[in-house]
Write a protein of this length. Structure first.
Ligand SMILES: O=P(O)(O)OC[C@H]1O[C@](O)(CO)[C@@H](O)[C@@H]1O
Length: 274
């Protein structure tokens, strides 16, 4: 299949914004804030990965996602590991990842009920350029004042544990059952592997690469789709023109041509770099 420019789907969220990011139209004043923009694969296909932009003005819910095993037990196709590439952050922006100390499930549950779960979590300062990988099972909450790109397993199963009194549904039993009770540990990543190419995430569920501009031959194994996510710059691949803020899927072999100033992310499923 040739390169395919993906359509966008805008998602209203109570924690979203009215001022988005260059390349994305702002919602009208008085309308609901937009929190997420998803890149959608056409047709009925349910690809392995989903790419989103997130725009936050308030904290997201304290939440947790099931892993593949727990998802399969529920008849769901996959769990939800996710990773965030921070594009912009307010000076005091944070993301909560796991409890500060090991916690027992009853204590986690009680803290979710009385709201003290917020203080129980490890709120890490984040800034533009940071990359964080949250394996499924990690109790987490993305903070306010952030613009980021999320690369995730293609699942929308989110168990909300706490929502700061917002009137949205919670999923305490499901969430506590899949929550990792130990502190989050950052996954090691190889970083720069050749000029203009860094590996930001190397498994277990997907690879995320970062490329500088120039021409690059991409060879994906049979049956594997890659997602090209230009953060900056313009270019083309397989006759499809792209620019920052868009997303293109690729299969097979292709030449990606990118303007010299480009900053590109490239994601594909699995744990082995191509
Ligand atoms: O329940 P909330 O607060 O709207 O958050 C849901 C969002 O959180 C995320 O899981 C990121 O943590 C997104 O993929 C998802 O759309």
């Amino acid at each position: 299949m040739p390169a395919q420019l993906l359509a966008t789907h805008r998602v209203e969220k109570p924690w979203g914004r009215h001022r988005l990011w260059p390349g994305f139209d702002d919602p009208a004043e008085g309308s609901e804030p937009i929190g997420e923009i998803w890149f959608q694969t056409p047709g009925d296909a349910a690809p392995d990965l989903l790419i989103k932009y997130l725009f936050t003005s308030e904290k997201l819910s304290v939440q947790v996602h099931p892993d593949d095993r727990a998802a399969h037990l529920r008849g769901l196709p996959r769990g939800k590991d996710e990773c965030w590439v921070i594009l912009a952050a307010e000076p005091d922006s944070t993301i909560a990842l796991g409890p500060r100390e090991r916690v027992e499930s009853d204590a986690l549950r009680n803290a979710a009920i009385d709201g003290s779960i917020e203080e129980m979590l490890d709120w890490k300062p984040v800034r533009a350029g940071d990359v964080l990988y949250a394996p499924s099972g990690t109790v987490h909450a993305i903070g306010a004042g952030l613009t980021l790109i999320e690369v995730q397993q293609n699942s929308e199963t989110t168990y909300r544990l706490y929502d700061y009194g917002r009137p949205r549904e919670l999923h305490l039993d499901d969430g506590i059952a899949v929550a990792d009770l130990d502190p989050w540990v950052p996954a090691p990543a190889p970083g720069a592997v050749e000029p203009g190419r860094s590996i930001l995430v190397e498994g277990p569920k997907f690879i995320l690469e970062r490329w500088e501009g120039g021409d690059r031959v991409v060879r994906l194994p049979h049956g594997v789709t890659g997602w090209l996510i230009p953060v900056r710059g313009v270019g083309d691949v397989d006759g499809v023109a792209w620019q920052a803020g868009e997303c293109v899927t690729l299969t097979g072999s292709a030449v990606v041509s990118a303007s010299e100033d480009s900053d590109l992310l490239f994601a594909y499923p699995g744990d082995a770099r191509i």
